[in-house]
Design a protein around this ligand. Structure first.
Ligand code: HEM
Length: 1037
């Protein structure tokens, strides 16, 4: 109404202004159709409430693609699926911008929230949210929070229903609001919004809830100043003022959360989830990132992220969920309940996240709720350049409105579209139609990243309510009765009151809910107090030590020679030499390698200090010839300096390769490769013991797995003889030789002048070969992509489609969307890094593990016995079984303790002066963490030199920093889980299928060779015989 009021006053003045405006638009002849307009205001007068309905009426008259002129902004309106498909994905990048509406500047923290214009800033925010909040792993980690909050609310409902004998009605809309606010705040800040005593919604709590709804709910009023810039001064007192007030409230709310977290680094705010990972409130993650990247994670950006998460959380959907409850309860809830009971079984437990995928009926309720639900017109986009849509010319700067409401109700797409009809999802009606028929979460690049979270919260809350209660709707006579079949005519504000009666069959569960929680809470408080006392004591101790320490100290160092420093002392293997020095000079000492200062640390406390307190300072890698020539000028993830490039590469690899669901997706490749080697050994073996050279087999498995992930190729194995494979193997061999040679030129730059040992010229030659090969791979993939239908499948998210894609395919399709980030150079650098870092590390671990087991047959028997008991003989080992094979896991851990593939980690370098264990360490110091000393320290390990996998039987692996085979801190190996899976599967399969023995009576030689990944000096040989109980499976391979 504000809008019409102002317009009435001003229209006559503006007509005069308009007459004198020189640059009135010259209409392009191919513009989309448009209704007749009024001077100045254009089509503003046509936007009657509800806007989506008005737009649908216009589209009936002017077609699914039409143009409106709203003051100074041209607005393209799309209202049909075909029109939208015409526009997306063809013009997706062009329409990936959001219009910079002046009124939004403050609400959007100067356009720095995720609603920011399309570009680097937006991409970084998007990656952050995708990784930290919405990735499969993060969702899995936050699932406990959702379950806990739902139980909290259910418990309250139970309690109330048992009280006083009088049935109490519950306003479901408020129920969903309370639940959703609690879940979101718990995820964001680690605490609830509404505590138990507030759940009955007295007047004060109602006020608090309304206030939150207003503050974080969607803001729907249009600010005229956005469309009539010269009227901004007037509208400043209307809609913009309301926005300003809302902004102040939001900002104060978020600031209070931030203050609380900054001042209170409460260890209990984190919780450990199964698998040992820490689920931290999002604020803490952001504050941590603020410390490391203050220039990107500014306070405004942090507030913007929190605001978006809170504002876009589920309360948007609460009204619709409530309406669904009313509409469907009699028709559908019985079936949904049966489905849940059938799936969950004996009523002994409540629904959880893992059940949801198996409940199609429940899903259809949620999907239909969303179809008829809250999304009307999608948030506006703006074209960044001229383009065409449906054959019409669309000029740059045109605002785009997609009328999702019209699409969702299009009778041509949805039979009986105005009915709440679950069958349409059960019969996969939408799948038959395909394309972008349902737009509840938007589409294209700007699609809602929180779809997975949203669906889970809705399904879990509704599902648990259905599972636990019988429902009875209480009709409120003061309102017009609801007409159940016609959704469009329902009143939005009609409350839906339900009496929830606990189901008898689940009473047991309710009781356990009620009894267990307080006990858990008591334990929490106990641990909380203990932790606070512990950390406080540590803090005091630290203060005390700092006060008494002499801060101006350099670490101890052996006497050196002029010019070369300690270079003359360096014998290979380097970690053993450094170990000997540490025996004399302690766990923190320094060396001088030619021009470079080196710090060597080997105690848990020193390592911890380097990778926690000084983690950012040591997150750099030193410059080296190998980094320059063999790593695309420091562009690979392992050699890149700490900064934007490294962060982008790291995010990309984490998301595309190493996060849980991707890992699972590629398990087929790992199994196939491992089984191929098993088959090969089996074919060579007879009943007699066969002598097998295992080292090369482990190499074959590790390389082929990586190659298939990256490029869909297999280059290793005795059956592979083609020229391309040979070329690749030669390149890798040469790479290993060159990187392994300790490169004096890195320490004595003068030697570069004489091309000492021709290292540099050999590297340059090899670099050309590497690049040529990488180019070939890219070219081949590009050609294949353009020929095949892969491009079309890019939109498909099915596991099958994803499985077929290689990492190169994924990167090439990302290149189409973000060419400036996914340059050819970056793609080649990712491929190279994966091949170097992801192959020998795993193969050398398998090699050492097998050698250790051969020397300790009793430990080998223990592993096999466990495998026989837990896996049995009716199938070959699969990845999902690895978790339960504790003895096998312990063998891998013990191998990584004794023979870590990177015994000095990769070298780090300090970016500024710092202190380590009280010693001054200048900027530019190279850091080696010597795992050989650390992980064999007799003060830390019982019988430190002995191979004793059983030492981990109690699961005390991650105690302190005494075992870090994958590194620590920011540059920790991103593929630890991946590596362990490859090693576990490779080793496990060989142990399951064959009997293994040493070739002679003597122990296997355990000498190391000086090379990149600490490999064995001699290739490993062993005698093997197929195991009889598995013979049929082996024959079937
Ligand atoms: C048993 C197997 C593995 C072990 C023991 C291992 C160990 C390590 C270690 C110690 C580092 C250096 C950490 C530091 O400098 O602080 C590292 C870095 C790295 N690893 Fe692994 N790794 C393994 C498997 C893999 C696999 C399979 C891949 C890839 C597919 C991989 C990719 C990387 C990358 C890209 C880096 C560099 C990270 C950076 O600089 O940011 N690793 N790994």
């Amino acid at each position: 109404m504000d809008a019409l009021y102002y317009l009435g006053l001003l229209v006559s003045i503006l007509i005069i202004v308009y007459q004198f405006t020189p640059n009135r638009r010259v209409q392009h002849k191919d513009l989309p159709p448009s209704p007749p307009s009024l001077p100045i205001i254009g089509h503003f007068h046509l936007l009657k409430r509800p806007v989506h309905q008005a737009l649908s009426n216009l589209s009936n008259k002017y077609g699914p693609i039409f143009l409106l002129r709203l003051g100074s902004r041209s607005t393209l309106v799309l209202s049909s699926r075909s029109a939208i498909e015409e526009c997306f994905p063809k013009n997706d990048i062009i329409f990936s911008n959001r219009p910079l509406l002046p009124s939004q500047k403050i609400l959007q923290y100067n356009y720095t929230t995720i609603a920011a214009p399309y570009g680097n800033h937006w991409r970084n925010l998007r990656r952050f949210t995708a990784l930290e909040i919405f990735s499969a792993k993060s969702l899995q980690m936050s699932s406990d929070i959702r379950t806990e909050e739902i139980i909290f609310m259910i418990k309250h409902l139970c309690k109330r229903s048992f009280e006083g004998g009088v049935p109490r009605k519950v306003d479901v809309k408020s129920f969903f609001y309370l639940l959703d606010f609690n879940i979101m705040l718990k995820m964001v800040a680690g605490k609830r919004c509404f505590e138990e005593e507030e759940l009955d919604l007295d007047e004060t709590t109602k006020g608090k809830l309304d206030d939150l709804k207003e503050t974080f709910g969607p803001f729907l009023n249009m600010a005229l100043g956005d469309y009539f810039p010269y009227l901004r001064w007037l509208t400043y007192y209307g809609v913009e003022k309301q926005q300003m007030n809302i902004h102040k409230k939001r900002d104060a709310f978020i600031q209070a959360l931030l203050d609380a977290h900054q001042n209170n680094n409460n260890p209990l705010m984190t919780s450990t989830v199964p698998g040992g990972e820490i689920s931290r409130p999002i604020i803490d993650v952001l504050l941590k990132l603020h410390e490391s990247e203050p220039e990107f994670y500014t306070k405004d950006v942090i507030k913007g992220i929190i605001q978006v998460i809170k504002a876009h959380s589920l309360p948007d959907y609460s009204s619709d969920m409530a309406r669904t409850c009313s509409v469907t309860q009699y028709l559908a809830f019985k079936k949904a309940r049966d489905e849940i009971d059938n799936h969950v079984g004996d009523y002994s437990r409540l629904l959880n996240d893992a059940d949801l995928a198996k409940l199609p009926y429940l899903h259809s309720i949620i999907s239909e709720t969303l179809r008829v639900g809250p999304v009307t017109v999608l948030p506006a986009r703006e074209s960044s350049e001229d383009c065409t849509v449906g054959g019409y010319h669309i000029p740059r700067g045109t605002q785009l409105w997609v009328n999702a409401w019209a699409v969702h109700r299009d009778p041509a797409l949805c039979i009986e579209s105005d009915r709440f009809k679950l069958e349409r999802f059960l019969q996969s009606e939408e799948e038959k139609q395909g394309g972008c028929k349902f737009l509840s979460f938007g589409l294209g690049r700007r699609v809602c990243p929180g779809e997975g979270l949203g669906m889970r919260v809705m399904a879990l809350s509704l599902g648990t309510l259905i599972q636990c209660f019988k429902w009875e709707e209480v009709k409120d006579d003061s309102h017009v009765p609801i007409k159940k079949t016609n959704l469009n005519k329902q009143s939005e504000e009609r409350p839906v009151n339900i009496i929830f009666r606990p189901r008898e069959a689940l009473t047991k569960s309710f009781l356990s809910i009620q009894n267990n929680i307080p006990v858990e809470k008591k334990m929490e408080v106990y641990w909380c107090n203990l932790a606070i006392v512990f950390f406080f004591t540590l803090f005091l101790l630290k203060l005390f030590l700092q006060k008494h320490a002499n801060t101006k100290k350099t670490p101890p160092t052996p006497p050196g020679l002029p010019f070369i420093g300690h270079l003359h002392m360096l014998k290979q293997p380097l970690h053993k030499t450094l170990h000997q020095i540490s025996e004399k000079y302690g766990h923190v000492f320094s060396l001088q390698f030619g021009t470079r200062k080196v710090l060597v640390v080997s105690s848990p406390s020193a390592v911890e200090e380097c990778f926690t307190k000084n983690d950012i300072i040591f997150a750099n890698r030193p410059r080296s010839l190998a980094g320059k020539h063999l790593n695309y000028n420091y562009s690979t993830i392992g050699f890149a300096s700490y900064g934007d490039l490294w962060r982008n590469l790291r995010r990309f690899t984490t998301l595309e390769l190493f996060y849980t669901s991707r890992l699972a997706m590629f398990s087929g490749i790992r199994i196939e490769e491992v089984r191929l080697v098993v088959k090969q050994i089996f074919q060579d073996a007879s009943d007699q013991d066969l002598k097998v050279e295992l080292s090369s087999k482990f190499m074959d498995v590790a390389f082929n797995i990586m190659l298939r992930l990256i490029a869909g190729k297999r280059y290793y194995g005795k059956d592979i003889v083609d020229e391309e494979a040979k070329q690749f193997r030669d390149i890798m061999w040469e790479y290993q030789q060159l990187s392994a040679s300790s490169n004096l030129v890195d320490f004595l730059p003068l030697l570069r002048w004489v091309d000492f040992q021709r290292v540099e010229s050999r590297m340059i030659k090899l670099k050309k070969k590497i690049d040529y090969f990488m180019e070939l791979l890219l070219k081949e993939h590009r050609t294949r992509r353009s020929k095949s239908a892969l491009q079309l499948n890019d939109q498909s998210d099915t596991d099958k489609g994803e499985m077929k894609k290689t990492l190169i395919d994924v990167m090439l399709s990302l290149q189409e969307k973000e060419p400036e980030l996914y340059t050819d150079l970056n793609i080649k650098a990712v491929i190279l890094a994966m091949l170097i870092a992801g192959t020998e590390t795993s193969s050398s671990t398998m090699d050492w593990a097998m050698a250790l087991l051969l020397n300790h047959p009793e430990k080998l028997e223990r592993v096999v016995a466990e495998m026989d008991a837990k896996v049995g003989f009716d199938h070959l080992l699969v990845e999902s079984e690895l978790e339960k094979l504790n003895n096998l896991q312990n063998v891998i851990t013990e191998t990584l303790r004794l023979y870590p593939p990177a015994p000095l980690l990769l070298p780090h370098e300090s970016a500024e002066d710092c202190t380590v264990c009280g010693y001054d360490v200048p900027q530019g110091t190279m850091l080696f963490a010597n795992l050989w000393t650390l992980q064999r320290d007799p003060k830390l390990w019982v019988d430190a030199e002995r191979f004793m996998p059983e030492r981990f039987d109690g699961g005390e692996i991650s105690e302190g920093y005494k075992l870090i085979p994958f590194g620590a801190g920011r540059r920790i190996c991103p593929a630890a889980a991946f590596g362990r899976r490859v090693v576990g599967l490779g080793l496990g399969a060989l142990l399951q299928c064959f009997e293994w023995n040493r070739v002679g009576k003597e122990d296997v030689n355990m000498e190391e060779k000086s090379a990149l990944t600490n490999p064995r000096a001699q290739p490993l040989e062993a005698l093997c015989k197929p195991r009889q109980p598995l013979i049929n499976h082996l024959l079937a391979l």
